[in-house]
Design a binder for this molecule. Structure first.
Ligand SMILES: O=C(O)CCC(=O)C(=O)O
Ligand SMILES: [Fe+2]
Length: 370
C-alpha cells in the first residue's frame, strides 16, 4: 500500500481522515447568516449623503468621540527583542492587543497585498457583484458577518478568502486575476507562519505543557495539520458625514489570534475598561495582533479578547487585511488552568463555538461559561 513519506500512514487512511474533517468554510456554511438576503454592500462612490439604512443612532455618534489622553497608547513590541515571549505574554494579559515590528513579513509583500486589495475594491460594483458571497457561504465579496446583529448597516465592503481565492477572483477579473491570487496566497503563508510563531511563544508563556493537545496541534500545524484560517480584506470608503456612520461595529474576533495590517488611514479603535475607546494609530511596517475568543477560553480568561471597532475617515478610504488563525473546526479547546484555580469555561469544539457566535455574537462566551 502507498504510504505518506512524512507520516508513514497509508495514503488511503489519510484521505479518509481528510474527507471526514470539517473545513472552516463548511463550519460557516453550517451556520449561515440570519438574513441571507442582506449580503449586498452599497455602491458607496455614488452617494453624496448618508442613507437612513446607514445612519447610526445618535448615541453611537456620541461614543465615536475618543478618549483624549495622549499618554495611553497600544503597546508596541519589537519581535527581535530577546525578551519577546515575556513581552508578548504580559501584553496579552494586560491589553489583549499590541503592535508588532520586525515581524519578518516583507514590507514589499504587505504593500503588494494592499495594492491588490485596493484593485479589487476599485472595481465597478457590477464587477464586484460577480463575486458576491453566495447565501450561506463565507467567502467572496459582501457585508461583514456581524451585520444581522445591528439595526443599521456598516460603511464597509469586504472580501473573504479561505485558502484559494481563484474561484472568486476569476469572477472579478476575467483575465489578470492571477497576480491577486498569487499575492494573497503568499500573504496567507507568511501570516500562518507568523501566527504559529506567536502562538508558540504564548503557549510557552502560559506554561502549557508540550504534550497538551493544543501544543501537539501547533507542532504539527507547521507541517500539514489543518488550521482554521481566513483572510478578510476590509474597505471603508470615504464618507460624506463620518460622524453618522460606523465602519465596523464593536465585536471580538472568534479564533485564537488576529494579525491585522491597516493602511495609513486611522480608524481602528479598541475598548479599554476605565478609558473607553482608544485609537490604534497606524505605525509604518507594524502589524496589529489581537487576542480572539479562543485564546480567551484557552487562557482561562487571563487574556482579554479585546473589543474593537472601526470608524470612518472623511477624506480617505481605509483598507485593512485581517488574518484569523486557530485550530481546525473539529479541535476541542479546553481552558488551561492551574489548580486550585478552576476552569471558567467548559471545553468547546471550534465548530460548535463558530455556531454559537453565529447565533449569539458576543453572548457566545457566556453560553460556555461555568
Ligand atoms: O479594519 C480593521 O482595522 C479591523 C478589522 C476587523 O476587526 C475584522 O476584520 O475583524
Ligand atoms: Fe475584528
Amino acid at each position: 500500500m502507498l504510504q505518506n513519506s512524512k507520516t508513514n500512514k497509508p495514503i488511503s487512511l489519510l484521505c479518509q481522515s481528510i474527507n471526514i474533517m470539517t473545513t472552516l468554510s463548511q463550519a460557516y456554511r453550517d451556520h449561515p447568516l440570519i438574513h441571507l438576503h442582506h449580503i449586498v454592500p452599497l455602491d458607496f462612490d455614488s452617494l453624496r449623503t448618508v442613507p437612513d439604512s446607514h445612519d447610526w443612532p445618535h448615541s453611537s455618534y456620541d461614543t465615536l468621540k475618543l478618549h483624549t489622553n495622549g499618554d495611553v497608547s497600544i503597546p508596541l513590541i519589537d519581535m527581535s527583542d530577546p525578551n519577546v515571549a515575556m513581552l508578548i505574554g504580559n501584553v496579552c494579559k494586560t491589553w489583549g492587543v499590541f503592535q508588532l515590528t520586525n515581524h519578518g513579513v516583507p514590507t514589499s509583500l504587505v504593500e503588494r497585498a494592499e495594492a491588490e486589495a485596493g484593485r479589487l475594491f476599485d472595481l465597478p460594483m457590477t464587477r464586484k457583484l460577480k463575486a458576491l458571497r453566495a447565501p450561506g457561504d463565507a467567502t467572496g465579496y459582501g457585508l461583514p458577518r456581524i451585520t444581522p446583529f445591528f439595526s443599521k448597516y456598516m460603511w464597509h465592503e469586504g472580501f473573504t478568502i479561505m485558502g484559494s481565492s481563484a474561484e472568486h477572483a476569476s469572477q472579478l477579473w476575467s483575465s489578470n486575476y492571477q497576480p491577486f491570487c498569487d499575492v494573497m496566497e503568499e500573504y496567507q503563508k507568511n501570516m500562518k507562519s507568523l501566527a504559529e510563531k506567536i502562538t508558540h511563544l504564548i503557549l510557552n508563556f502560559l506554561k502549557i505543557p508540550d504534550d497538551a493537545e493544543i501544543s501537539n496541534w501547533l507542532h504539527s500545524a507547521g507541517a500539514a495539520a489543518a488550521c482554521s484560517t481566513a483572510l478578510q480584506l476590509n474597505c471603508y470608503p470615504r464618507c460624506p458625514d463620518p460622524t453618522r456612520v460606523m465602519g465596523l461595529a464593536p465585536h471580538t474576533d472568534t479564533f485564537l489570534l488576529t494579525i491585522l495590517h491597516q493602511s495609513s488611514t486611522c480608524g481602528l479603535q479598541i475598548f479599554r475598561d476605565g478609558f473607553g475607546w482608544l485609537p490604534v494609530t497606524p505605525v509604518a511596517g507594524a502589524l496589529v495582533l489581537n487576542v480572539g475568543d479562543l485564546f480567551h477560553i484557552l487562557s482561562n480568561g487571563r487574556f482579554p479578547n479585546v473589543l474593537h471597532r472601526v470608524v470612518v475617515d472623511p477624506t480617505r478610504r481605509r483598507l485593512s487585511m485581517a488574518y484569523f488563525f486557530g485550530p481546525p473546526p473539529d479541535f476541542c479547546v479546553t481552558p488551561f488552568n492551574n489548580p486550585p484555580e478552576s476552569p471558567r469555561f467548559r471545553s468547546v469544539v471550534v465548530k460548535e463555538y463558530v455556531g454559537l457566535k453565529a447565533k449569539n455574537l458576543e453572548c457566545a462566551l457566556s453560553m460556555i461559561e461555568i
